[in-house]
Write a protein that binds this ligand. Structure first.
Ligand code: G6P
Ligand code: ZN
Length: 577
């Protein structure tokens, strides 16, 4: 390897006093590594793969090549969800950033930053972008997954124009440029300078908390949480939101320590699967369906962008959650002048549509993937958005936001209970849902996931569904359901006109019910088939029905038309949400 000076240090040494020490760059030869294609949520692979020689460095260097000269002299944020290998990865990334001309790194203490906190940090400090070391809700540890993703200057996930370029670079990479630095102590807040290059370790919560304080009425939430007839449990699932919950719920809002469950981040998430749903957050589910269940239960995923909201013996589907937050936006100060518009992903239930139409709000239906909301938010057309995949958020940042959802629901409860005296009949999570359904009707919703299906079998299922679509014009009967439209969802972005085709096979029936089939874009082994089922009811005697029971007839139609069992051999789904 040869030693040359980095571009930034060359520039600095000619423009600044000669007493400023510069960072020396060491070039290390490398070779392209197969399979470094960045997915929608970054690059996710087995941890051992990431730890193997140059795997991480190759991708990060390729990103820096893809971004080109614009990174010189800029500040890059860095953090992660605390999973195994994160701290070592951070040291590698810091050296590459120095060697490629960045002027400064802002990194969360102990290399921790939740995904929404990263988005807030980039926006508040007007940073160039940020790197997140996370594989989201995938299990962590030496035998599980690691991942990395890039967020750009508005705090949004990298657009495809960048991720495509990264991939091209990974296939022709030949040199890594490392700044010649020692490891940085990431356990203490403060600045370490290496000549003109600086690493600033920051509190992981501070900037994000400032953003949340602009959205919510913290004093109101604090006084609500002090009520003796209110209690909650937040499950950090041993992942990154633990320190956030401690700081925000306990230190800022006064919740007792006993309201925190599994809020110590662990590099292996304590062997768990940090995905907040009824299957993987089973301990929280047990508490919320137990005797003396708290008023509210909530959980967040590995990197803190997903959320699940529960009440006493009650589950709020993510599709309902976004609709109910939008319908009750007056409870949140940030929305006091009204919502600019709302959006949901295509497979998400139509509960939000009904709120939008009642409140006469601009409404958008996007493909699966948070990135599709970004343009709408940047254009001032969307204030609240959500996905059935446990994603809820707003335009305060450009990522979905688990803690936002928790504070939004606390705000709704605080608002609804303003005139309920302590010890009176507290309005709970279920009451909010019942009130909503009584006004708008209920969109029963369920998703069946078939994980690690053989890819060819999954393709056959999709082909079969495509065939049924082709032979099902408007008016066709499928079981007792009459087709209104059946197609492969295509999205034309209303802001920039870009087109995303092939985004999900859907049947929309005359009564508003829907059946949708998609292949997941985030699985790591084989194919994951997702089957989404929705049926609307405005019959109040049905509202308390279990979704599986209410949806049984339409689920049967979906399974029959797709011949899913025949093609995959699967009698039942891996996960039902
Ligand atoms: C990630 C993305 C979401 C997406 C979800 C499910 O969490 O950030 O936007 O909805 O994955 O995607 P999939 O393609 O697996 O259904
Ligand atoms: Zn996540």
């Amino acid at each position: 390897s040869t030693a040359v000076q980095s571009r930034s240090s060359r520039k600095l040494s000619t423009t600044m006093a000669t007493t400023v020490k510069t960072v020396t760059t060491k070039e290390v030869a490398t070779k392209p590594i197969d399979g470094q294609k960045t997915g929608t949520s970054g690059l996710r692979k087995r941890t051992q793969v990431f730890m193997s020689e140059n795997y991480l460095a190759n991708w990060v260097q390729s990103l820096f090549y893809a971004l080109g000269d614009e990174i010189v002299g800029k500040t890059l944020a860095l953090g992660g969800d605390g999973r195994y290998f994160g701290k070592e990865a951070a040291q590698i990334i810091i050296k590459l950033a120095a060697g490629n001309g960045f002027k400064r790194i802002v990194i969360g203490k102990d290399a921790l930053l939740a995904t929404p906190a990263m988005s807030a940090l980039i926006r508040r400090r007007k940073l160039y972008g940020g790197l997140l070391m996370t594989a989201s809700h995938n299990p962590g540890g030496p035998d599980n997954d690691f991942g990395i993703k890039f967020n750009y200057s508005a705090g949004e996930p990298a657009p495809e124009s960048i991720t495509d370029k990264i991939y091209d670079e990974t296939m022709k990479i030949s040199a890594l440029k490392f700044g010649d630095l020692s490891d940085v102590d990431l356990s203490k807040v403060g600045v370490t300078a290496f000549g003109s290059f600086e690493v600033e370790v920051v509190d992981s919560v501070e900037d994000y908390l400032s953003t949340l304080k602009e959205v919510f009425d913290f004093p109101l939430l604090k006084s609500f949480m002090a009520r003796k007839d209110f209690s909650m449990v937040f499950d950090g699932m041993h992942a990154v939101t633990g320190p956030y919950a401690k700081r925000i719920l306990v230190e800022e809002l006064g919740a007792p320590d006993s309201s925190l469950k599994d809020c110590e981040p662990s590099p292996t998430f304590n062997g768990g699967h940090p995905d907040p749903n009824l299957t993987y957050a089973e301990e929280l589910v047990k508490i919320m369906w137990g005797d003396k269940a708290p008023t509210m239960g909530a959980a967040s995923d590995g990197d803190g962008d997903r959320n699940m909201i529960l009440g006493d013996h009650f589950f709020i589907t993510p599709s309902d959650s976004v609709a109910m937050i939008a319908a009750n936006a007056e409870a949140i100060p940030y929305y006091k002048s009204g919502l600019k518009g709302v959006a949901r992903s295509m497979p998400t239930s139509g509960a939000l549509d009904r709120v939008a139409s009642a409140l006469k709000l601009p409404f958008f239906e996007t493909p699966t993937g948070w990135k599709f909301f970004g343009n709408l938010m940047d254009a001032g057309k969307c204030s609240v958005c959500g996905e059935e995949s446990f994603g809820t958020g707003g335009d305060h940042i450009r990522e979905k936001d688990g803690i936002f959802a928790v504070l939004a629901w606390l705000s709704i409860l605080a608002y609804k209970n303003k005139s309920v005296p302590e010890g009176g009949k507290l309005v709970g999570i279920k009451d909010v849902a019942m009130e909503h359904w009584n006004k708008y009707g209920r969109n029963f919703f369920s998703r069946y996931d078939y994980e690690e299906v053989d890819s060819a079998a999954a393709a056959s299922v999709m082909d079969q569904v495509r065939n049924i679509i082709a032979s099902s014009p408007k008016g066709t009967k499928l079981g007792s359901f009459t087709v209104d439209a059946a197609d492969d969802f295509k999205y034309v972005d209303p802001i920039d006109g870009s087109v995303a085709a092939g985004q999900g096979l859907r049947f929309v029936f005359a009564d508003g019910s829907r059946i949708i089939f998609r292949l997941s874009g985030t699985g790591s082994a084989g194919a994951t088939i997702r089957m989404y089922i929705e049926q609307y009811s405005n019959d109040p005697t049905q509202y308390e029905k279990d979704a599986q029971e209410a949806l049984a007839p339409i689920i049967k139609v979906a399974l029959e038309l797709s011949q899913l069992e025949k093609f995959t051999g699967r009698e039942r789904p891996t996960v039902i949400t």
